[in-house]
Design a binder for this molecule. Structure first.
Ligand code: NAP
Ligand code: ZN
Ligand code: ZN
Length: 347
């Protein structure tokens, strides 16, 4: 076993604290990664606080991981020692179901293995995430990171980045398309950057008046506050695609009304409570509501390569391990520019 340390929540609602634990010895196709940075995703907070139902404790959160390969299993050939690599929201899947075979491992029908708050394929060994110094993962679930990108800004691409890139590609965001992103947080700011880079006309919808200049710097053409009823009325029936990244309960109906003919509102934020949608807002303009969850391994690699080509990374605030609990509170208050990333050297 490989000894390591990180930060864990010992029980729901307890502050995260230093935690020592072990990683498995390297299997034939495993990669041992010395973690450089781990992003703080709002999903970490939802799970530590059991906002999605019961979680597994102790919990070492973290599924936005970037680091360096320091050891390889005897048959591992996809990465080399010294490579900069990334790990995202899952570390294994069944590999055989129709979705896995199609490269949609995130929708595995048999048993996705989450990076933390889940169990390995044996069904009993808990998985521990990226708030730690070292992780051991099968090479097939490890991504190559373009060497041109600053690694602290890369970590959030492994969840926030792919989670917005995938639906933007799936629903064909591009030139001559009006795309709306609701919420300028970790996910939302990546959505603005990607939608802009893909050539779409981008509107950022926010409940925070102070975020307009940042939204425009990331590539938004328009900024609309959720209290600006006039702007919401003017935009009716005109959008091709709207992605909601909001982490809290909210009324989606005013945003549905913005969609034009045959257009789609994609739910990405996951507050944990059912949504209330007025039927007439779907009937009118034959609108759709859909959901989207992270992305597959091949698409995540495509996203990282796209970031390399376009020089895209997350805007981050780097924090030390001792600042994690404060960073959680600030994230819940929408007070982060625009992703906290933990420096793993401080674990
Ligand atoms: P985040 O950084 O906290 O951003 C969420 C944003 O939502 C905030 O910055 C804020 O934007 C807006 N917001 C927050 N509270 C609000 C309120 N009361 N009313 C209106 N708007 C509010 O969170 P994140 O890490 O981007 O994650 C966002 C959500 O996506 C979380 O629920 C997370 O669990 C989920 N998620 C889903 C997937 C997936 O695969 N579908 C993957 C990762 C995360 P403004 O200040 O601009 O209003
Ligand atoms: Zn996440
Ligand atoms: Zn599968």
């Amino acid at each position: 076993m490989i000894q390591t340390r990180g930060y864990a929540a010992i029980a729901p609602h307890t502050p995260l604290a230093p935690f020592e634990f072990t990683r498995r010895d390297l299997g034939a196709r495993d990669v041992q990664i010395e973690i450089g940075y781990a992003g703080i995703c709002h999903s970490d907070i939802h799970q530590v606080r059991e906002e999605w139902g019961p979680s597994i404790f102790p919990m070492v959160p973290g599924h936005e991981i970037v680091g360096k390969v320091v050891a390889l299993g005897s048959e591992a050939g996809k990465h080399k020692i010294g490579d900069t690599v990334g790990v995202g929201v899952f570390v294994d899947s069944c590999r055989n179901c129709a979705n896995c075979l199609a490269g949609n491992e995130q929708y595995c029908l048999e048993g996705l293995v989450p990076t933390y708050n889940g169990y390995e394929k044996d069904g009993t060994t808990p998985t521990y995430g990226g708030y730690s110094k070292v992780i051991v993962i099968d090479e097939r679930y490890v991504l190559r990171v373009p060497s041109s990108l600053p690694t602290s800004g890369v970590a959030p691409l492994l969840c926030a980045g792919i989670t917005l890139y995938s639906p933007l590609k799936h629903w064909s965001a591009g030139p001559n398309k009006r795309v709306g992103i609701i919420g300028l947080g970790g996910l939302g700011h990546m959505g603005v950057k990607f939608a802009h880079a893909l050539g779409a006309e981008v509107t950022l919808f926010s409940h925070s008046p102070g975020k307009e200049s940042d939204a425009r710097r990331f590539g938004a053409d328009h900024f609309v506050l959720d209290t600006d009823k006039e702007a919401l009325k003017k935009g009716r029936n005109s959008y091709d695609l709207i992605l909601s990244t909001v982490s809290a309960e909210m009324d989606l109906n005013p945003y549905l009304q913005l969609l034009g003919m045959d257009s789609t509102l994609v739910i990405i934020g996951l507050p944990g409570k059912p949504l209330a949608i007025a039927a007439e807002n779907l009937l009118s303009q034959r609108r759709s509501v859909a959901g989207s969850m992270i992305g597959g391994i091949q698409e995540t690699q495509e996203m990282l390569d796209f970031c390399g080509e376009h020089g895209i990374v997350s805007d981050v605030e780097v924090v030390s391990a001792g600042e994690i609990n404060l960073a959680y509170d600030r994230t819940v208050k929408s007070d982060v520019k625009y992703r906290f990333v933990i420096d793993a050297a401080t674990f």
